[in-house]
Write a protein that binds this ligand. Structure first.
Ligand code: ADP
Length: 333
């Protein structure tokens, strides 16, 4: 898929423009001639299995890693240029805020670096840290540290915000508040680029999803476009037809025993991926088979992700052990 929603416009200048972006580590091609154009105001999710090249890409876009080949422009300039850095905020997975400072002191320190910083109260409020302003950083919980990283990332009122796995340590309520803030920023024209393992989160928030595998873009579009490329639906049912026999039905792309069900049970609940659920059910009924506890649902982004990554992993010329679909399933919790 090549569609790049909201980014094909020739009238809007791109926030990020990368061409032929490549990073090699010895023989390993971590990022492979990536072309990327990101438009202002987009909320873009970068997805991919572990080792796909997401962090390397983000770090090159931030000027933290030097590309082996290719070019990156952020706001038309080099990512390392001072004028660019003043407009960019980043919340990376590792933070190095000095632990002996209080929350307010650390935020104040960082906001003084930027020409158009938000007020301290505003930053603390947006990061839901007003009540923790006097606490030492060393005393914060994992979730509070993550919110502090967000506070530091938005301190300079950036036009472009990178969020690398931003909600990993947050509970459900904190996640909700967090994404509300991010949506608010996008509504004010800020551009957001985030990576996540939580595909439901990407589906709910992103205008655009860029799926990377082995350093290459393998799908790029709205979550709906990406789900549509896979064109399967998920049928859950209990039937007297076995897994292997069901897998041989026309249009069936995959069958598995539902998670939590015993494989040895007489009729375990099965989960079937099929392009044509109507045909599947017609055949089962015509054959007089047992069909009960039936649900048919649209493909979710996780299913699309597994199909697309699986397809490119099988056809790609080189293989790394940590990019199998199973691994994706494991990490996509
Ligand atoms: P992701 O963020 O998608 O998990 P990364 O960008 O971290 O992927 O890594 C892409 C590939 O590059 C992986 O195979 C990883 O092992 C490798 N890699 C990342 N950083 C280095 C490094 N500093 N030296 C050597 N290999 C690296």
């Amino acid at each position: 898929m090549t569609s790049t929603p909201a980014s094909g416009s020739t009238t809007t200048p791109a926030v990020i423009r990368a061409s032929g972006l490549t990073k090699r580590y010895g023989d390993l091609v971590a990022v492979d001639a990536l072309d990327l154009v990101i438009a202002p105001g987009d909320i873009v999710a970068i997805l991919g299995p572990n080792g796909a090249g997401k962090s390397t890409t983000i770090e090159m876009l931030l000027g933290l890693r030097t590309p082996t080949a290719g070019e990156v422009r952020v706001f038309g300039d080099a990512p390392n240029a001072k004028a660019t850095r003043a407009r960019v905020g980043a919340m990376l997975q590792e933070s190095s805020a000095p632990e002996s400072l209080t929350v307010a002191e650390a935020v104040d320190l960082v906001r003084h670096y930027y020409p158009f910083a938000l007020s301290l109260d505003d930053i603390l409020d947006r990061a839901d840290l007003s009540e923790k302003r006097g606490n030492r950083i060393a005393q914060l919980s994992g979730g509070q540290q993550q919110r502090l990283n967000f506070a530091l990332a938005i301190a300079g009122d950036p036009d472009l915000l990178f969020l690398d796995e931003p909600t990993a340590a947050l509970d459900v309520e904190a996640r909700h508040l967090f994404w509300e803030q991010v949506r608010g920023l996008a509504a004010h024209g800020k551009t957001i680029l985030f990576s996540t393992h939580n595909l439901a989160e990407a589906d709910a928030l992103a205008d655009r999803v860029i799926l990377i595998n082995r350093g290459r873009v393998i799908a790029d579009g709205t979550p709906e476009q990406i789900k549509a490329t896979v064109a399967t639906r998920t049928v859950r049912l209990v039937t007297d037809v076995g897994v292997a026999a069901l897998a041989a039905f026309p249009g069936v792309r995959g069958v598995e025993v539902a998670p939590g069900e015993s494989v040895g049970a007489t009729h375990p609940t099965l989960v079937v991926q099929t392009a044509t659920p109507e045909d599947l059910l017609a055949r089962l009924f015509a054959g007089g088979h047992l069909v009960s506890q039936l649900t048919v649902t649209d493909t979710d982004l996780e299913t699309a992700f597994i199909h697309l990554v699986g397809a490119t992993t099988q056809t790609a010329p080189t293989a790394t052990p940590d990019t199998t679909p199973e691994h994706v399933m494991e990490s996509a919790s």
